[in-house]
Design a binder for this molecule. Structure first.
Ligand SMILES: *Cc1c(COP(=O)(O)O)cnc(C)c1O
Length: 354
């Protein structure tokens, strides 16, 4: 089966084999060495000095939630939302009892409301700006460079949900005023689900955090990992697979090469569907990132029928979330997919929608 949902993604045999590697205790020196290697490989993807990866057991959401323990309850946070994942960060701050405001776009199909962000930053005092890089709800790649320029101007650090963009899109930590970002093993890095991470400024991890949970206390994880330890059991085999996936990513040419590969695959998928008269959800082709495209379901087709038809050909596509449930379908192109797989997908889409 080939997974065309936005994570988990199809793994290579090399990564899958690592899941069956030898048993290791998470408190033994060989696991410390593995974690150190993984952290080094993560830091090398964008290669900006001054940032440290902190590894966590759990899906991408756990990394986002752990990252938000850097938010102080003494200052308001500003959440920029144009989809499910921006709204989810606001829900996390609510759960952590931290004051915040949300600048939501008028519609999820819109870009971030940067004018609204500017107005808020100009009139209030905020401790952090929270944003989503690739908003997987629609497939829009948010303009984090422009948001980062505002953050710089008003001297407010940014916390970024980069779960579905890390290793697949350009990310500039310093230029965009990013204090920390959250990401996962099982999207653009092509690892197995179960490990996620936060990449944070050294100084942010050196300060006391504002954790409201014992398990997702980011600063505690960072301190223990600095000593080569981990506060709780980590998914050891998933970590070994993550290490292989990171090695494979570097050998294949890093995030830039992966970005080009995804772009070529997405362009192919969009062209096939355009020929079939299927419309994009977003108004412009260039609003999308490289990893995923959202399409409007054509008249007379249900998502369930389309999904079942493609699944019978060996492909799992993805439904709309929230407001788009039943109105759209999404095709992600991350993971181990060959040119022949994409050819088969094109044929399957023509069969299902032609
Ligand atoms: C996938 C994703 C997440 C995390 O989802 P999990 O199900 O916890 O892995 C968070 N943010 C974005 C933008 C995502 O695409």
């Amino acid at each position: 089966m080939k997974l065309l949902n936005p994570g988990p993604v199809s793994m290579t045999d090399r990564v899958r084999r690592a899941l069956a590697s030898d048993d290791v205790c998470h408190r033994e020196p060989e696991f410390s060495a593995l974690m150190e290697r993984v952290r080094g490989r993560i830091a090398a993807i964008y290669g900006e000095p001054g940032f440290r990866p902190v590894l966590l057991g759990g899906s991408g959401t756990s990394a986002v939630e752990a990252m938000l323990t850097l938010v102080s309850p003494a200052k308001k946070a500003l959440v920029v939302a144009n989809g499910v994942y921006g709204e989810r960060m606001a829900a996390m701050l609510r759960a952590q009892n931290k004051p915040h405001e949300v600048v939501a776009s008028a519609a999820w199909t819109n870009a971030m409301d940067l004018a609204g962000v500017e107005k808020a930053l100009a009139s209030g005092t905020y401790g952090h700006v929270l944003a989503v890089h690739h908003e997987t709800t629609t497939g829009r790649l948010n303009d984090i460079a422009a948001l980062g320029a505002l953050c710089k101007r008003f001297d407010v650090p940014m916390l970024l949900d980069a779960v579905s963009s890390f290793a697949g899109e350009e990310i500039r930590m310093v230029d965009w005023n990013i204090e920390a970002l959250a990401a996962t093993a099982n999207k653009c890095v092509h690892g197995a689900p179960g490990v996620s991470f936060v990449l944070a400024r050294e100084e942010a991890l050196a300060r006391p955090g504002f954790a409201t949970s014992v398990y997702l206390d980011l600063v505690r994880h960072a301190n223990e990992q600095k000593k080569g330890s981990a506060p709780f059991t980590l998914p050891t085999h998933v970590m070994a697979a993550f290490d292989e996936a990171l090695a494979e990513l570097a050998e294949e040419g890093g995030w830039k090469k992966r970005h080009e590969t995804y772009k070529a695959r997405s362009t192919r998928v969009r062209n096939v569907l355009a020929e079939l008269g299927i419309h994009l959800l977003l108004d412009r082709d260039d609003a999308y990132g490289s990893t995923l495209t959202s399409f409007r379901l054509p008249e007379g087709k249900t998502y369930e029928a389309l999904h079942a038809r493609l699944k019978s050909d060996g492909f799992v596509i993805y439904a709309g979330q929230g407001k788009f449930d039943g109105a759209i379908f999404r095709i992600a192109v991350m993971g181990d997919l060959s040119t022949a797989d994409i050819d088969r997908l094109a044929a399957s889409l023509r069969g299902a929608l032609g």
